[in-house]
Structures are given as C-alpha cells and as structure tokens.
Design a protein around this ligand. Structure first.
Ligand SMILES: C[S@@+](CC[C@H](N)C(=O)[O-])C[C@H]1O[C@@H](n2cnc3c(N)ncnc32)[C@H](O)[C@@H]1O
Length: 187
C-alpha cells in the first residue's frame, strides 16, 4: 500500500484487517502517508462507510486460504455489492494443483489444513467457477512465482462488457486509477 500510495498520491486507500495488532503495525509503518488509513474489520462484512465513494479497486491479496471454501462465494458477492461497477479486484493467491507448483502447493495445503483457522487453497477450476457464479470476469491469470504456485489475476464485474471487450479497452489508455484496467498486465 505504501508503494501504491507514493505512485498514486491522489488516491485514497483503506487497509482492512481482522487483527488489531496487524492494523496497529500497519498504521505505525504508514505514518506520513496521508492517503492511507486502516480499519479493523472482517472483509466478509466490511464495507465503505456511508457517504464514501465505492472503491475503484479492491486488493484481495493472500487471503483465500483464510476463508472457508464454502464462504468464498459469499465474500466475492459481498465485494461485488460495493465495488464500482466498472471496478477491479486484484487477487494474489497461492493456487492448488498447478502444473509447475504441485510440490509447493501440496506442502502449503498440508500446513493450512492442519490449522483450524486456515483452509485448503483454491484450484483454477474453483476460482473460475467462483468468478462466474459471482458475476465477475476473471482475466490475466499469471504466475508470480511459477514453482511456488503463486498467482495473480483480476476480477471485474461482468454485467456490462464481456472479457474480450475489457481486454480491448485496456489498450492505449492513460495510466491512472480512473482507468484502473490500465493496471492489468496485458495493457
Ligand atoms: C497472509 S496475510 C496477507 C496480508 C496482505 N494482504 C498481504 O498480501 O501482504 C493475511 C491477513 O489476512 C488477515 N485476515 C484473515 N481473515 C480475515 C478476514 N476475514 N477479514 C480481514 N482480514 C483477515 C489476517 O489477519 C492476516 O493479516
């Protein structure tokens, strides 16, 4: 967030974490960044306060394994309910059952399922099914660390324009958060 806050000084960002200690630490690291604020909250029900604009971009990074598989659709539906209708969700997550990262994700999964508050990683089919059932287009699924099975992708509400249209729109626009599709790797 601090890197983004420097790159986009006019964009207001809110970090949400369920753990007070994490929020306290993040706040202390982000002193001097007037465009970053933090709130303690559960992303399953957190939403911007009354009177605040709908966010253009939501970062959902390294969180799926904290969410029970049966509650992941509920989470995406909740994000959909307050994200701008032409907005974006940036997702970073380890993924299960990928071609190059099988050993790593298996080890991850064994670790996660041994903890009562952590859950199995999603695989690509689950993510695609989730996106579709929650009215998102999923695009630009790319490995960050292929052998570590760590991936990034984007979700955008699919109500207006199809996936192809969004790819085409991403080309040639100015890079600002008012045109958040520019953050896609394909642009
Ligand atoms: C692996 S860390 C990822 C942190 C950060 N997003 C990143 O990518 O560096 C996961 C964080 O999610 C928080 N968390 C877990 N479940 C949550 C929930 N339901 N709502 C909000 N935060 C949650 C944990 O407290 C933890 O700080």
């Amino acid at each position: 967030m601090r890197k983004l806050a420097e790159d986009y000084p006019n964009v207001q960002m809110t970090g949400v974490d369920i753990n007070q200690d994490v929020v306290d630490h993040a706040r202390s690291k982000s002193e001097g960044y007037p465009n970053i604020s933090f709130e303690v909250g559960d992303i399953a029900d957190w939403r911007p306060a009354e009177g605040f604009d709908s966010p253009e971009v939501i970062l959902l990074h390294n969180i799926f394994h904290y969410i029970h598989p049966e509650l992941r659709a509920q989470l995406l539906n909740h994000l959909y309910s307050y994200l701008k209708k032409d907005g974006l969700v940036s997702v970073i997550t380890p993924i299960n059952e990928t071609e190059h990262g099988e050993a790593f994700s298996s080890a991850f999964n064994s670790f996660f399922v041994a903890h009562s508050n952590l859950f199995a990683l999603p695989n690509v089919a689950e993510l695609e099914g989730l996106a579709e059932s929650c009215r998102f287009d999923l695009f630009d699924l790319d490995p960050i660390i292929k052998e570590g099975s760590w991936y990034t992708f984007w979700l955008t509400p699919s109500i207006r324009v199809g996936r192809i249209g969004r790819y085409q729109e991403a080309e040639g626009n100015e890079q600002t958060l008012n045109n958040p599709r520019q953050l896609t790797k394909s642009s």
